[in-house]
Ligand binder design. Structure first.
Ligand code: XMP
Length: 305
């Protein structure tokens, strides 16, 4: 485990040395990695930093409001309302890698506009060690690694947490006094709820996935999973009142892991699983059934796409 206080001092100095009097920009995602990178950069260069949060419409419940609140001390925070543009771009897209690509492209477009407007010379990124390893191994395309620098002519990229594992990033977040909803926040994929929806992303499926993820996060918090969520994986028959209906199948996943590279499905109590099932089917009439995913990684991945 990294020496947190020494790391914060070194990272702050490294950022100030790299950026000097220039302006920098960072894409804040709501997760702990970019939040820590932003907090470190803000410590180093203050309002020369513009944190940009793009609301893709693929975010968790309440995430945008949380960001506004947590980072209200940064006057330069920009919140971009891009929900409609992302949904339009995703219409008809069903292939998982194509979805990632569309989201990455749209994200770049949104971010490029902000970077041009703020006259930023440097890009700060919250890339952590496992992101780099997985991208290098080409296991999946991470839209927060690699894509951005090509489109805007930055003088440099600063990645202050590039050598840290997730648990180390959390320790740094606590030491920086970031609120616990941020420091203890579960990992969330860059493409957001889109990879928790098999097939086309629609407003209806997004609502089911968002509400169900919220229930799962609340109900399993006491079991301290590394990551827990729900995904909309298809349709099946159910009964509502006296009628047979064709509704959504929601899969619940809760895993233990250190770095996301391998993971174990959690052995959750039956009562917890039943409470999750009853809340999810109760809040969305169009959910026909809830299943629990017992597969470890490998052979499964953590996310569904
Ligand atoms: P998988 O599904 O590959 O996920 O077992 C491992 C960890 O990575 C997260 N994840 C992503 N993070 N962009 C990201 O920034 C992505 O495209 C992406 N896909 C998966 C996932 O949530 C888990 O923590």
């Amino acid at each position: 485990m990294v020496d947190v206080d020494a790391f914060i001092d070194e990272a702050t100095t490294e950022i100030s040395d790299a950026i000097g009097d220039a302006n920098a920009i960072i894409a804040l995602s709501g997760g702990v990695d970019s939040s820590v990178a932003a907090a470190l950069a803000y410590r180093a260069i203050g309002e020369q930093l513009t944190p940009v949060y793009v609301d893709t419409g693929l975010m968790r419940k309440g995430e945008t409001d949380q960001i506004r609140e947590t980072f209200s001390f940064m006057e330069s925070l920009e919140v971009v309302e891009a929900q409609d543009r992302f949904l339009d771009a995703l219409a008809g897209v069903t292939d998982p890698e194509e979805k990632r690509h569309v989201i990455g492209e749209q994200f770049i477009r949104e971010f490029e506009r902000e970077a041009t407007e703020t006259d930023a010379d440097y890009l700060v990124q919250g890339t952590i060690y496992p992101d780099r390893i997985e991208s290098e191994g080409n296991i999946k395309s991470h839209h927060n690694v690699g894509g951005l620098p090509d489109v805007v002519d930055f003088d440099g990229i600063v990645e202050p947490v590039r050598d840290l594992y997730k648990d180390e990033v959390r320790a740094v977040a606590r030491a920086l006094d970031l609120e616990s909803v941020i420091s203890e926040r579960m990992p969330f994929p860059g493409p957001g709820l889109a990879v928790r929806i098999i097939g086309e992303v629609t407003e209806e499926k997004l609502e089911v996935a968002r509400d169900a993820c919220h229930v799962v996060e609340e109900e399993v918090a006491e079991h301290e999973p590394w990551q827990a969520f729900a995904a909309v994986i298809g349709k099946a028959t159910g009964v509502k009142g006296d009628n047979r209906v064709h509704g959504w199948v929601v899969s619940v996943r809760s895993v233990e892991s250190r770095d996301g590279m391998t993971a174990r499905a959690q052995n959750l109590p039956w009562e917890t699983l039943q409470r999750i099932q009853s809340r999810i089917t109760g809040q969305n009439d169009n959910v026909a059934r809830v299943v629990y995913d017992v597969t470890h990684k490998p052979p499964a991945t953590i996310e569904y796409e």
